[in-house]
Structure formats: C-alpha cells, structure tokens
Design a protein around this ligand. Structure first.
Ligand SMILES: *Cc1c(COP(=O)(O)O)cnc(C)c1O
Length: 221
C-alpha cells in the first residue's frame, strides 16, 4: 500500500469531525510530500530539530503539530510556525510557550497532557495537577497561548479493555475540565488520543484528533 493510498483510506474511514495528524517522525521529506499531495495537511513530529528542518523546506501550507515531550529551552525554535503543541505538562513550559509566541506575535494552540497510562515512563499530569495549573496565578495572564483541549497516551499493551478504559478516563477528564473552566470557550474542544494500534477504540471513546504514524508511513527503524 502506498502512503497516498493510506491517507485516502484513513480519510474515508474516520468520521469527518475527527482530525488526522500524520505522524511523520523519522520519515523523509518525500514521504511527507506524498501524503501532502494526497490531501493531508496536518503532520506531527516529536523532535524539535527534525520539525524545524522539515518545516523550513516543505510546503508552507502544512500545519505542524509538535507531539513529543518539549524542553523549555527549545520552544523558541518552533514558536514561529508551530500550529499546535500536544503535550504541555507544566506551567513553566506553558509560560515559555507564551513568551515565545508573544515574541512572534502569535497565539499558539496547546493541549494539556494527562497521564492516563498504567506506566511511570509516560509524561503527563493527573487531574489534580491540571487543576492546579489552571488555577495558579499567572495562568490567566497568558495571552499568547490558547488551551485547545487535552491529550493522552494509553498504556502500551495488547489488553484492549485497558486501553478503552484509559481513553474513557481521558474523555471524562476533558468533560470535567471543560465544565469547570472552559464552558464558555468553544476553542477548548480537542481530545487528542489514538495511534496506529488503537485509533479505532479512541474514536469510539470520543477522540477528536488521532495521531497516526506507522499505519500511514510504514514501520519506523
Ligand atoms: C510516534 C507517536 C505517535 C504515532 O505512533 P504510531 O504507533 O506509529 O501510529 C503518536 N503519538 C505520539 C506522541 C508519538 O510519539
């Protein structure tokens, strides 16, 4: 199956209200352009250096999402162009994104990363930490970021029931946070969950944004 065909199949398969982030990490520019020419606009990368290099030379209509763990000292390299940052897990990081967005005269969409997996290794905040972040002094003064929703990664397991429970948990967090803090903000609407192995479950559990790499571009080395 070609990349172009995979993109077309995904677009046909997923509901129109679910956005597809094509995760192109480690993949060459030709692969990205094949997907782009098949109609894919949003691409995800998880390394700042790779993202900056690709964004510089590829079509300017591409919307780049940063999906990995972001170090504060690297925000400045992507702030001029990044369209969404998926994995915000601290107020310090959010403040730096705000600062760099301001320098670039931009407002950057951010997702709050929840820790939903049954693993210590994955980044993200729990319910209490997210609330603390939103309620902390300074948060409301961040005029150059927009909280567009939440993001999470399920445990790496074959147990589909567990994955479903974790996605349902994230959806629950989203509803709770929306009700408590963002009820009058239409821009708080995204639930970024689901990858190649579990996107179908994620969509059933309310995902609005799936991040798919290997099912589009083939296995990574
Ligand atoms: C790599 C990656 C993906 C895509 O993974 P696949 O299993 O290849 O679809 C999604 N989200 C994040 C955060 C990633 O790092």
């Amino acid at each position: 199956m070609t990349i172009a065909k995979n993109i077309k199949n995904f677009k046909a398969e997923i509901p129109t209200k679910v956005k597809l982030v094509a995760v192109s990490k480690t993949k060459p520019n030709e692969d990205i352009m094949e997907a782009f020419e098949a109609g894919q606009i949003i691409f995800g990368e998880n390394k700042v250096q790779d993202l900056a290099a690709k964004a510089e030379v590829l079509n300017q209509e591409i919307q780049w999402h940063f999906i990995g763990h972001l170090q504060r000292n690297k925000v400045k390299f992507i702030a001029p162009f990044v369209s969404m940052i998926h994995a915000v897990d601290s107020l310090k990081l959010l403040k730096e994104i705000n600062k760099q967005a301001k320098k670039n005269n931009r407002i950057i969409d951010c997702l709050l990363q929840f820790h939903i997996a049954d693993e210590d290794t994955k980044f993200g905040m729990d319910d209490g930490e997210v609330k603390e972040l939103i309620e902390s002094t300074g948060f409301s003064e961040l005029g150059n970021i927009r909280i567009a929703g939440v993001m999470g990664m399920a445990t790496y397991t074959d147990d589909m029931d567990q994955i479903r429970k974790e996605f349902a948990k994230l959806k629950g967090f989203f509803e709770e946070i929306k009700l408590q803090y963002f009820s009058n903000q239409d821009s708080f609407k995204e639930i970024s969950m689901g990858m190649s192995g579990d996107y179908k479950i994620a969509i059933e559990e309310g995902s609005t944004m799936i991040r798919v790499g290997s099912a589009i571009f083939g296995a990574r080395n």
